[in-house]
Design a protein around this ligand. Structure first.
Ligand SMILES: [Zn+2]
Length: 175
């Protein structure tokens, strides 16, 4: 009886920790989907070391994924609010320029053309230098960081977002 060949000694493979480290870093940095994928790849691949780090990466990433909607959705909404407020800001500034040039018809036209997502409202056809804070025109408002901000064209020609309560007060004092 011949002796069975000795089992091939498991190669002392150098531990590859790259994936595990990358997973952990991605998990820590809240790149949750990346961390999750890298961590799982690291755990599945036989030649990968750093199991502890990979598991930590997967756990952190999974927690991150759960937290994502809570963090991301308001951030996205705020971003959208800021972006559309930018459009209104440009429109209101144009209205202000037209009124300062005495182009009431042009201002009216711009306001009537703004009947999209955020229609503008024209309060007065005249910039009022004696009441620089008076609201000349305003838009429907944008929710930024959970607070509704009304974008206003003021008597001095500036465009300024006002919190809703402040806006109501200012509007009450408008001519
Ligand atoms: Zn607006």
């Amino acid at each position: 009886m011949t002796e069975a060949p000795p089992p091939v000694a498991p190669q002392p493979t150098p531990q590859k920790k790259g994936l595990a480290i990358a997973s952990l870093v991605a998990g820590l940095l809240c790149c949750a989907p990346v961390g999750l994928v890298l961590g799982i790849m690291s755990l599945v691949k036989k030649d990968q070391g750093g199991k502890g780090m990979a598991i930590a990466g997967v756990v952190l990433s999974a927690l991150g994924l759960i937290a994502y909607p809570a963090v991301l959705i308001p951030a996205l909404l705020a971003g959208k609010g800021v972006a559309s407020m930018g459009v209104c800001s440009v429109q209101l500034a144009k209205v202000g320029t037209m009124l300062q040039n005495g182009d009431s018809a042009g201002a009216d036209r711009l306001v009537s053309e703004s009947s999209g997502a955020c229609p503008l409202v024209l309060v007065s056809h005249q910039g009022n230098p004696s009441e620089p804070g008076a609201i000349i025109a305003y838009c429907q408002g944008h929710t930024i960081g959970g607070q509704k901000m009304i974008l206003c064209l003021l008597g001095d020609g500036s465009v300024k977002p006002l919190p809703e309560a402040e806006f109501r007060d200012a509007l009450g004092q408008a001519p």
